[in-house]
Design a binder for this molecule. Structure first.
Ligand code: ZN
Length: 329
């Protein structure tokens, strides 16, 4: 038995991702809680300028979110931002896989299988693989809970070293404003000044997936790679690129927090993640993968997506008030 097969035995069945038919609302993701869990741990390092901001605005200056924590002022990267970008990357990736495998465009497939073409964030179908994992709400139709749990994270380095700001001789960065009035001559107000987190800054990564299928885990790991290239934060067309090093993927809950990860990274104590990262399973003994084991899970994506399409095919078409298919535990 391969390590990935053994790992998958501690996860939820692919059938749990098949939407059920609701008498009133149509297709909707199954509300399942299997008690199984997967924890993903890693460290994200900025590969370019990065602007973590939790607010929208058109002012002429932008400041990085900061927080005082564990004796340092740190840049703050909120879980909601991580989730938004990774959700879109996950959707893009799966649509691409779908079109490569089906002789139809994703919109047609979605309409047939899930009742509508799912669009993030305002036109969610609440039935597809993405809505099942990240949750969703459709007015008048229903809601499905998010099974993925994000954690806010913070820079390992102090803002004094990792943020380019006005306190430094080079000053803040300068860009063009979005709302520039082109009828007037260019002046101070034509430009936009912003602080940014410098390349090489580290942020611990901790994410939990509840009732995970192997497809959820493999898809999430692949989505991180895509999101790193797409960019997080403001001006992500050319800012906010990351490199993510995955340290562990476990079927247990972490016996540590983002705060512990900050301290360990600071002290160089995660060189051998096996020694430091401890997990506890909700049921039985957890299985924890490192290095090549994690890579093998990510490589299972294609095969798991085929299994998912087969599970959708096996599900009855618009049944009339029948019990939903799937392993409710
Ligand atoms: Zn959807």
């Amino acid at each position: 038995m391969t390590t990935t097969t053994e790992f998958a035995q501690q996860l939820a069945s692919i059938d749990t991702l098949v939407p059920r038919d609701h008498k009133k609302v149509g297709k909707i993701a199954q509300a399942i809680y299997t008690r199984q869990i997967v924890t993903v741990v890693g460290v994200k390092t900025t590969a370019a300028r990065f602007l973590p901001v939790s607010h929208q605005g058109y002012s002429n200056e932008t400041y990085v979110d900061k927080v005082d924590l564990l004796g340092k002022t740190r840049a703050e990267f909120i879980g909601r931002k991580l989730k938004g970008i990774e959700r879109r990357a996950h959707m893009a990736l799966f649509r691409e896989m779908l079109e490569a495998k089906q002789a139809q465009d994703w919109q047609t497939f979605f309409s047939g299988r899930f009742g509508k073409a799912c669009t993030i964030p305002d036109g969610l179908c609440v039935a597809c693989w993405n809505c099942s994992l990240f949750g969703g709400m459709e007015a008048g139709k229903g809601a499905t809970f998010s099974r993925i749990r994000y954690f806010d994270t913070f820079s390992v380095e102090d803002t004094a070293e990792c943020i380019q700001s006005d306190d430094l001789p080079e000053g803040m960065a300068i860009g063009n404003t979005v709302g520039e009035d082109l009828s007037v001559e260019r002046g101070e107000a034509s430009f936009h000044r912003y602080e940014y987190v410098k390349a090489g800054t580290r942020f611990p990564l901790l994410t939990i997936i509840e009732s995970p299928t192997l497809l959820d885990v493999a898809g999430y790991l692949a989505a991180i790679k895509l999101a790193d290239q797409h960019g997080y934060g403001k001006y992500s067309a050319n800012h906010g690129k990351f490199e993510t090093q995955l340290l562990a993927v476990s079927t247990g809950y972490p016996l540590f927090s983002v705060l512990n990860l900050l301290t360990w990274l600071e002290n160089g104590e995660l060189i051998n993640p096996q020694e430091k990262l401890q997990f506890e399973a909700a049921v039985g003994e957890p299985m924890t993968l490192f290095g090549g084991g994690i890579e093998a899970v990510r490589e299972a994506l294609d095969e798991q997506f085929i299994a998912y399409l087969a599970a959708l095919d096996a599900a009855p078409e618009q049944s009339k008030g029948e019990k939903p298919k799937g392993s409710r535990k």
